[in-house]
Design a binder for this molecule. Structure first.
Ligand SMILES: *Cc1c(COP(=O)(O)O)cnc(C)c1O
Length: 224
């Protein structure tokens, strides 16, 4: 099946309120344009440089999602255009995003990444770190960022029950955050969880943003 057909089939299977981020890392401009021409506008990349190069070459009405681990010294490259940064895992990083957003005269939307997997390789904060971040005075002073919700990645496993447990943990934290809501800066409405292999489980656990790559574009030869 073609990229456009895959995309349309997946979109049809998603509830109306769920946003599909088409993960285009390692994919070419032509491949992305195929999805774009099928009407898609939300694309996700995990490398800032690759995303910036693609942004330069592609139509400007694309919403670019940074879904990978963010290095502070590279925030400046995406600050002019990034639509949502999913992988924010420290106050230090948030401060740098705020600084670069200010330089560009804009407010940048972010998600805080929570570590839910039983794998050390995945990034993210735990519950204590999350709440100490959002309760800090420094956080309250960052006027050029907005925390829109949470993001997480489950363990890479066939064990459906384990994946479900991990996503449920994130959902519980998300609800807690929604009730907490101490400031204007915190407007938690997005729960980003689920990829090609586990998005159906994620939807059952309340995800409203899924990040899907290989089921749309085909397998990646290698992850750059
Ligand atoms: C690559 C990636 C995805 C998409 O993975 P697929 O298995 O190709 O759907 C989703 N989220 C993150 C953070 C990724 O790095």
């Amino acid at each position: 099946m073609s990229i456009a057909e895959n995309l349309i089939n997946i979109k049809k299977s998603l509830p109306e309120h769920v946003t599909l981020v088409a993960v285009s890392k390692t994919k070419t401009i032509n491949e992305i344009m195929e999805a774009y021409n099928a009407g898609h506008r939300d694309f996700g990349e995990n490398k800032i440089q690759e995303m910036t190069q693609k942004w330069e070459q592609l139509p400007k009405d694309i919403n670019w999602h940074m879904i990978g681990h963010v290095q502070r010294n590279k925030v400046k490259y995406m600050a002019p255009f990034v639509s949502l940064i999913h992988g924010v895992d420290s106050l230090k990083l948030l401060k740098e995003i705020n600084k670069q957003a200010q330089k560009n005269n804009r407010v940048i939307d972010c998600l805080l990444q929570i570590h839910i997997a039983q794998e050390d390789t995945k990034f993210g904060m735990n519950e204590d770190e999350l709440f100490s971040l959002i309760e800090s005075d420094e956080f309250a002073s960052l006027n050029n960022i907005r925390v829109k919700g949470l993001m997480g990645m489950a363990t890479f496993t066939d064990n459906t029950r384990q994946i479900m447990q991990e996503f449920t943990l994130l959902q519980t934290l998300f609800k807690k955050l929604q009730q907490y809501n101490p400031s204007q800066k915190l407007a938690p409405s997005i729960l980003s969880m689920g990829m090609s292999s586990d998005y159906k489980i994620a939807l059952q656990c309340g995800s409203n943003m899924v990040r899907i790559g290989s089921s749309i574009f085909g397998a990646r030869n290698y992850d750059k």
